[in-house]
Write a protein that binds this ligand. Structure first.
Ligand SMILES: [Zn+2]
Length: 246
C-alpha cells in the first residue's frame, strides 16, 4: 500500500525525464556537425535504444504500481469479507439464541434478528405460533411486521435479516414485501425437514422464492448448521402434530 504512490511517481518521473533527455539529445549540435548526421545518430539512439528502454522501465514501474493497487483492492475486499463474515457469524449465533428463547417460552424454536448496514442490531423476533395462537407467527414474519412499523422500506433495503433456520415461503414473501435485500440463515430448510423427520409444508426454498421477486435479494447460508440444529434437537420428535403448523 505504502509503495504504491512512490513507485508510480518514479515511473512517471523516469518517463518524463527520459523523454526530455531524448529530446535534448536530438537537438544537441554536439552530436554532429551536419544536420543529417545529427538527425540520423540521435534518431537511431532514441528509437533503437533509449525510447524502448525508458518505456520499458517507466511503464514497468507504472504497471507494477497498478498491480499493487489491484492486489490492494483484492486484499481490501477479502478483509471486508472477513469482517462481514465475523458479523454474520455473530448474528447467526444471536438468532439461534433467540430461537432458544422461543423454545423456552413453549413456542417453535425459531428466531431472527435485523441488523443495519453498519452491523448494528435493530430488532429481534421469536416464533410466537403457540403462545399467540397465530399460525403466521413465524420469527421472520414477526420481525418484518416490527421492522415495517419502525423503519421505512428504503432504510430496510440496506439491512440484513439473520435467521436461525431458512425462512419458509410465507416469511420469504414477508421479507420481499418489507424490502430487506440481504438474508443470512443458519440451518437450511431441507436439512431441517430431513433431520427432524418433518414433512415439508411448502416446497420452495427461500432462494427459489426470492428468484421470482422483482428485486435482487442476496442469500447467504446455510451457516453454522451444527449450532443451528441443536436448538431443534428433542423438540420435534415429541410434537410431530405441531409440524403441520410450521
Ligand atoms: Zn416462516
Amino acid at each position: 500500500m505504502n509503495n504504491d504512490g512512490p513507485r508510480m511517481f518514479l515511473g512517471c518521473l523516469i518517463l518524463i525525464v527520459g523523454s526530455f533527455f531524448v529530446f535534448i539529445l536530438w537537438l544537441s549540435p554536439g552530436w554532429s556537425e551536419s544536420y543529417d548526421e545529427q538527425y540520423t545518430t540521435a534518431t537511431y539512439i532514441a528509437i533503437a535504444v533509449l525510447i524502448p528502454l525508458i518505456l520499458l522501465i517507466g511503464g514497468g514501474l507504472l504497471m507494477s504500481g497498478n498491480s499493487d493497487t489491484q492486489s490492494l483492492r483484492l486484499n481490501q475486499k477479502d478483509s471486508d469479507k472477513d469482517i462481514m463474515n465475523e458479523i454474520d457469524i455473530k448474528y447467526i449465533r444471536l438468532a439461534i439464541e433467540v430461537a432458544q428463547q422461543a423454545r423456552d417460552k413453549g413456542n417453535h424454536p425459531f428466531g431472527s434478528v435485523l441488523v443495519d448496514r453498519d452491523g448494528k442490531l435493530l430488532l429481534q423476533a421469536e416464533n410466537t405460533v403457540i403462545t399467540e395462537r397465530d399460525c403466521t407467527g413465524h420469527a421472520e414474519t414477526n420481525l418484518m411486521r416490527l421492522a415495517s412499523k419502525h423503519f421505512d422500506s428504503d432504510f430496510l433495503a440496506s439491512g440484513t435479516l439473520y435467521t436461525s433456520t431458512e425462512p419458509c415461503s410465507m416469511c420469504a414473501s414477508a421479507i420481499v414485501w418489507g424490502n430487506v435485500r440481504r438474508i443470512v440463515f443458519g440451518l437450511s430448510g431441507k436439512d431441517f425437514h430431513e433431520l427432524m423427520g418433518i414433512e415439508v409444508t411448502l416446497q420452495l426454498s427461500c432462494r427459489e422464492l426470492f428468484a421470482t421477486a422483482n428485486r435482487d435479494i442476496e442469500v447467504v447460508g446455510p451457516m453454522l448448521e451444527e449450532d443451528a440444529i441443536k436448538v431443534h434437537e428433542g423438540f420435534w420428535n415429541e410434537r410431530k402434530i405441531d409440524a403441520n403448523n410450521l
